[in-house]
Design a protein around this ligand. Structure first.
Ligand SMILES: [Zn+2]
Length: 518
């Protein structure tokens, strides 16, 4: 099953109020659909929504977006606010099995990691497919239409190869198809068990044996052979971190991505201990090691980028790299606060990472709210900038771009700061043209993939919101449970808060997770 390839026979474009009952089994042909949005965030007003937006869809793509219209009789009507689909740019699907089990009490990033390894040791391709299908269905319920899966659980326990060495990758891409969302499978090179304080790389040990491919050539050979089926999936490259990939092997990962024009994702400076060990090993920061390896480019996403010095920040900005922030994970693991304002106009993306929550509203607002805690100042990022991180920038960072020609100037990456709330601190200069085309999704624009996230405003949590500023209300006050309808590639995958393909998402999650802890 692939997104955009609807299997049902009901004609599209039929009229119908947004509040009709759950319709979990009904697929619509993605032709000539017309959706009228009471309010929609198009980016044209930065953080402000537009009223009466008619979105026309054919073959899974938006064909027109017209604001200021009355609802045509043949359009589906969405009340409240409608947004483009969210991109969850950093996910480890199996970490969802730890939700609620690791956050209370003490411990550290490193003790959390030991718990995570125990779960990892229980997974095989079938179990991982069951878990990830439910995890991705939960994401769909939260408005996520594309996930970047940072995948390193490659092999069987002990490092034994499956008959198909990419069996786990196939399990993940199949799970995304089952959940009706797109996936970029970021194939992670993971060669070392860590970098100690003396700057010595440790061999993979215990559960880590599953992650490794021996050396960068072994990784590249396996990754190059991976061919995900279906138009919903694409691949990307990743180096786990400078802890897990020695400096001498990093150029091979960078070259692999460059030769194939793939996104390249890396965990960067999440913990001070990583910086200390890296300085001990190389006399350079992790950012400098990546730069010297040719791994800092406009295709690169640096995940976390928490502990950076001034030279690191300058290097990221110069490279045009994206920084992927995962605030709910970073605060759970006591990582620290990133220098978000200093990074602008670096494009920001968002990830739910370990899935302590699956809520892109919370990830988005936490970027700004954490920056307030760090700087004692409000308004570094406004609603428009936070929504671009959750949508267009995330999709672009995962390789979902298309050629320039249908540019939507207000939505392009690089426009980091916003002028839509109070007295914003505009930082970092002028927005820049994206070097690699425009986002292919995460924008309400002709030519883009038809991903829609509808959030009604009449529930108790959002009641009383100023309709003309409803995007502010949603970004700063909504929760994933407020999402009512979700369209991905022209197909409704969530109706009335129920997943159309995985109707009992909670039960599937419960079953898949408890079997790992049994
Ligand atoms: Zn991660």
């Amino acid at each position: 099953m692939t997104t955009g390839a609807d299997s049902g026979s009901a004609p599209g474009g039929s009229a119908g109020p947004a509040d009709r009952g759950p319709d979990p089994g009904r697929f619509r042909v993605a032709h000539d659909r017309r959706v009228w949005c009471e309010w929609a965030w198009t980016g044209a007003g930065d953080g402000a929504p537009e009223h009466g937006v008619l979105v026309e869809v054919a073959d899974g793509r938006i064909t027109s977006v017209t604001a200021g219209t009355r609802a045509p009789g043949d359009a589906e009507v969405l009340t409240g606010l409608t947004l483009p689909g969210f991109a969850n740019a950093h996910s480890h699907a199996f970490h969802r099995a730890l939700r609620g089990r690791t956050h209370a009490g003490g411990g550290s990033f490193w003790t959390w990691r030991e718990t995570m390894y125990r779960v990892a040791d229980r997974l095989d391709p079938d179990a991982y497919h069951r878990l990830a299908r439910a995890v991705y269905a939960e994401m769909a319920l939260a408005g996520i239409t594309c996930v970047g899966e940072f995948h390193y659980l490659h092999h069987a326990p002990g490092g034994v190869r499956y008959d198909d060495p990419n069996a786990m990758g196939h399990a993940l891409t199949a799970a995304a198809a089952d959940a009706g969302i797109r996936i970029t499978l970021l194939d992670v090179c993971y060669l070392s068990g860590g970098l100690d304080a003396d700057g010595v790389h440790q061999p993979l040990a215990g559960p880590q044996a599953r992650f490794g491919d021996g050396d960068v050539d072994g990784w590249a050979g396996r990754a190059a052979a991976f061919r995900p089926g279906g138009g919903h999936a694409r691949t990307g490259a990743a180096a786990h971190s400078v802890r897990a990939v020695p400096a001498g092997q990093l150029p091979g990962v960078a070259a692999f991505a460059a030769e194939r024009d793939l996104p390249l994702h890396v965990h960067l400076s999440e913990q001070p201990a990583e910086n200390a060990a890296c300085l001990a090993a190389y006399g350079r920061t992790p950012t400098a090691v990546l730069a010297d390896a040719g791994a800092l480019t406009e295709r690169t996403s640096l995940v976390h980028a928490t502990h950076l010095d001034d030279a690191d920040v300058a290097a990221l900005r110069t490279a045009g790299a994206t920084v992927c922030l995962c605030p709910t994970t970073e605060r759970d693991l006591a990582d620290g606060l990133p220098r978000t304002g200093d990074l602008l106009p670096t494009p920001l993306s968002l990830g739910t990472d370990q899935h302590v929550l699956t809520d892109m509203f919370e990830e988005a607002r936490a970027v700004e709210l954490h920056e307030r805690l760090r700087t004692h100042r409000r308004g570094t990022l406004g609603t428009g900038a936070l929504l671009r991180a959750a949508t267009a920038h995330g999709h672009a960072s995962l390789g979902w771009t298309r050629e320039l020609g249908a540019t939507v100037p207000s939505m392009i990456p690089g426009s980091g700061a916003s002028g839509d709330s109070g007295d914003p601190v505009l930082r970092g200069g002028e927005p820049q043209e994206p070097p690699r085309g425009v986002p292919d999704a995460g924008v309400l624009a002709p030519g883009a993939r038809a991903d829609l996230v509808n959030v009604p405003l009449e529930g108790a949590g959002l009641a009383g919101a100023d309709p003309a500023r409803c995007a502010d209300a949603v970004v700063f006050a909504a929760a994933s449970a407020d999402v009512r309808h979700v369209m991905a590639d022209g197909r409704w995958i969530v109706r009335d808060g129920v997943h159309a393909l995985v109707p009992d998402t909670a039960r599937e999650l419960d079953t898949a997770i408890k079997e790992l802890h049994a």
